[in-house]
Design a protein around this ligand. Structure first.
Ligand code: PEP
Length: 251
């Protein structure tokens, strides 16, 4: 089993003064946890501040979105080469908030994924079903479709240099967490769906769970064999909570 990877997604939260306190507390705490890997994905305006505050720590830097083109007349957008300027390691693509609120299709998400990989950064691609889709019994079909565009564009092996985050939409920011068994079932399906019977490939895949992970439920979720860590929204804004979750992921 690989080391757990815990990623904070600040979403559209933060402020210069508060970020400093939060990041310093998180960095101090994570420095005492050699058995876990961490990253924080912050809003674009705070990349420079976060890069500087994380300098010399083991915590990696990530962004929450990117445009698929490298440059051009796309007012208001940010390219992956700009993210590289801040030494970003990760970029979240296809978060359900981007898919649902901003109409991002799986094809567009795949193009963003490609652009991130081409620049040598690692995409964190989010997939997950709505409550209605779960109740209709089409969870597996939904996540298959969300990942298939990447396979079509770049081939299945491209997932080796990426992170997959299974985030059931009904569990994001709602306080409703998938049970460890529900999450495990989908994680195992995703691993098998991508890697087939190639055991080495399957083990190389990093599949995070996201959706109302908190200090109370983290350890049980992370104890499941196919859950390689977590993508943490709300709880990543509170140093004590984020650190407790990181600690739950320590080997
Ligand atoms: C997320 O933003 O990806 C997320 C999982 O949020 P939360 O932890 O708040 O549910």
């Amino acid at each position: 089993m690989q080391r757990k990877f815990i990623v904070g997604n600040w979403k559209m939260n933060g402020a210069l003064a508060n970020n400093e306190t939060l990041l310093k507390e998180v960095a101090n705490g994570v420095a005492k946890m050699p058995g876990v890997d961490c990253a924080v994905c912050v809003p674009f305006p705070y990349l420079a501040q976060t890069q500087s505050l994380l300098h010399g720590t083991s915590i990696k830097l990530g962004a929450q979105n990117v445009h698929q083109a490298n440059k051009g007349a796309y007012t208001g957008e940010v390219s992956v080469s700009m993210l590289s300027d801040f030494n970003c390691d990760y970029v979240i693509v296809g978060h359900s908030e981007r898919r649902n609120l901003f109409g991002e299709s799986s094809q567009l998400v795949a193009e963003k994924f490609a652009s991130v990989q081409k620049a040598g950064l690692l995409p964190i691609i989010c997939v997950g079903e709505t409550l209605e889709q779960r109740e209709t019994g089409i969870t597996e079909a939904v996540v298959t479709e969300q990942l298939a565009e990447v396979s079509k564009l770049l081939g299945e092996q491209s997932f080796r240099t990426s992170v997959i985050a299974y985030e059931p939409v009904w569990a994001i920011g709602t306080g409703k967490t998938a049970t460890p068994e529900q999450a495990q079932e989908v994680h195992a399906f995703i691993r098998k769906n991508i890697a087939g019977f190639d055991e080495e490939f399957g083990q190389a895949l990093c599949i995070l769970y996201g959706g109302s992970v908190n200090p109370t439920n983290a350890a049980e979720l992370f104890s499941m064999p196919d859950i390689d860590g977590g993508l943490i929204g709300g709880a990543s804004l509170v140093a004590e909570d984020f650190l407790a979750i990181c600690n739950a992921g320590q080997k």
